[in-house]
Design a protein around this ligand. Structure first.
Ligand SMILES: [Zn+2]
Length: 96
């Protein structure tokens, strides 16, 4: 049986850390579909006693860290609410 996208995603994240944009390109998913897949992977990781660890996005211009954003959104923010900058790093994920 072929490995599903969610299974492959879980395997990648168990072996290392990957950021949102790299995953989106590698898995050829829309931001919405990747976010969805990550939430599923998060739930199944929890069922195995592990967690989806998220390093949130950060503004490259002022260092703003978007505290608590991962509870609502996993895709990158379009701009910084503090300095209005648009150079934002994407969140990084791993399962541990
Ligand atoms: Zn900023």
């Amino acid at each position: 049986m072929p490995e599903t996208v969610r299974q492959r995603l879980a395997r990648w994240l168990t072996r290392g850390e990957h950021d949102f944009d790299d995953l989106r390109v590698a898995f050829e998913l829309s931001a919405r579909d990747l976010e969805d897949a990550l939430r599923h992977v998060e739930r199944s990781a929890r069922g195995k006693g592990m967690r989806l660890r998220v390093k949130g996005p950060e503004c490259r211009d002022c260092g703003f860290g978007f505290p608590g954003r991962e509870r609502r959104h996993l895709h990158p923010p379009s701009h910084c609410p503090k300095c209005k900058g648009e150079r934002i790093t994407s969140a990084r994920f791993r399962i541990a």
